[in-house]
Design a protein around this ligand. Structure first.
Ligand SMILES: Nc1ncnc2c1ncn2[C@@H]1O[C@H](COP(=O)(O)OP(=O)(O)O)[C@@H](O)[C@H]1O
Ligand SMILES: [Mg+2]
Length: 407
């Protein structure tokens, strides 16, 4: 609780000293956030820094029971993004002069925020990021005086950061193979227009496992279909391997789908009158650069079942045949739309083991849509979609293996 001006001055002094004394930015920010959360009795707190070049906000520090570290959001998205884009503080409930924005990343991560203060880390010249705290431990709400004080402290911190020339290290460099820039998709529905994708910005890297989460109807499959060359964006730019693919020719599109991508869906779509091996063989024959059919069958662990017809196999086995069929093309990317949705835990896990293996052993990139938040723990990155926009992207520093998850 901030009781009086003297306390405020003391607090300001403590933060200034911690910022001036330490060499590493991490340490300085950590001490400052501790001091703020302690004084304001907050359950959770986070500091976000803006990368000016990419327009991406990264959570560099997260305290309390909800861990936001390694999450990124686009500038402008949510309370954090609103603050760094406009320089306006966001509060909940609204305090005179502040803005209110529907949700912050704490909400996204499953915390119910009852009160929050999100203030810019701004210097005279620019906005470096923002500081956010939420949920007073005694259940009280933040006051206008506290907001004012938070703003002052954040500015002080920002100016110190700038003056010391402390910089946030760039994250590991990845090779981008697909870029989506401001992708929108509208559908006509009767007289009105349905805005399904409202400006998607996403880079897909080489050899990563990306999981896409989001409520039913939020646009996951639409985004996947655009990435997969099965649908055109209404506007925006799609870049594949450095080449603009926003308006590809039919020929380029067919080639892209045939040679660069493998698809897996919830339904297996196997030919019932062909054996497992023949289902895979059939695709190998029309592919430009296939791996051997036996290798593909072996990778999904079905060598012993190669002669079986789909009707003689379990759902999990049939799904693995469909993975072998995607894999035999030797694709750079496999797009998987809810591949385990129709499977129980045991057979679903078999499918995930195969996916894990092909990312690891074949260097394939897998983009997988799922409803299952447990599966997201296996991903290198988790992309959350909400209402046609990306609400957050989280990098898992320690992805779990298929054997270590359960549902
Ligand atoms: N071809 C289409 N024509 C009209 N509306 C569509 C079409 N495809 C999808 N939609 C609508 O777009 C929205 C998003 O769909 P989708 O991307 O399939 O969502 P998700 O995969 O996240 O469940 C839904 O409201 C859906 O009804
Ligand atoms: Mg879908």
């Amino acid at each position: 609780m901030i009781q009086n001006r003297k306390n405020q001055t003391t607090l300001m002094y403590r933060i200034m000293m911690s910022l001036l004394e330490v060499e590493s930015l991490d340490e300085a920010l950590s001490e400052s956030l501790d001091t703020i959360m302690d004084s304001f009795q907050s359950e959770v707190g986070a500091i976000w820094m803006l990368n000016e070049r990419t327009g991406i906000l990264r959570c560099v520090l997260s305290k309390g029971e909800i861990d936001l570290s390694e999450i990124t959001v686009e500038n402008g998205v949510g309370a954090e993004g609103h603050t760094t884009l406009t320089g306006e503080s966001v509060t909940k409930p609204v305090i005179a002069g502040a803005a209110s924005v529907d949700g912050c990343i704490f909400d996204e991560a499953g915390l119910k925020t009852t009160s929050l203060l999100c203030v810019p880390l701004n210097t005279v010249k620019k906005i470096l990021g923002c500081v956010i705290i939420a949920n007073k431990k005694d259940g009280e709400l933040y006051t206008a005086e506290e907001l004012d004080f938070m703003e002052k402290m954040a500015s002080l911190a920002a100016m110190t950061i700038e003056e010391k020339g402390l910089i946030i290290p760039e994250t590991e460099h990845h090779r981008t193979i697909i870029s989506l820039r401001d992708i929108t998709k509208d559908y006509k529905s009767g007289d009105s227009i349905l805005h399904v994708l409202k400006g998607i910005n996403l880079d897909i890297y080489e050899n990563e496992f990306v999981v896409v989460l989001g409520e039913s109807g939020c646009g996951k499959s639409t985004m996947m279909n655009i990435i997969g060359g099965m649908d055109y964006p209404t506007s925006g730019q799609l870049v594949i391997e450095g080449k603009d693919f926003s308006h590809p020719s039919e020929k380029d599109l067919t080639e892209y789908r045939r040679n660069y991508l493998g698809f897996i869906f919830q339904s297996y779509n196997l030919m019932p009158n062909l054996t497992a091996k023949e289902n895979v063989q059939f695709i190998a024959e029309i592919s430009k650069n296939p791996i051997s059919v036996d290798e593909a069958i072996g990778l999904v662990g079905l060598t012993d079942r190669a002669g079986n017809y789909p009707s003689q196999m379990s759902g999990g086995q049939q799904q693995r045949v469909s993975i072998a069929r995607a894999l035999v093309k030797n694709p750079k990317i496999i797009l998987a739309d809810e591949p385990t949705a129709a499977l129980d835990f045991v057979t679903g896990q078999e499918v995930l083991r195969v996916i894990e293996k092909i990312v690891r052993e074949k260097g394939t990139t897998v983009i997988m849509i799922t409803h299952n938040v447990e599966i997201a723990k296996m991903a290198h990155r988790v992309v959350k979609l909400r209402g046609g926009k990306i609400s957050s992207i989280k990098t898992n520093l320690n992805p779990l293996s298929a054997d270590d998850i359960s549902w």
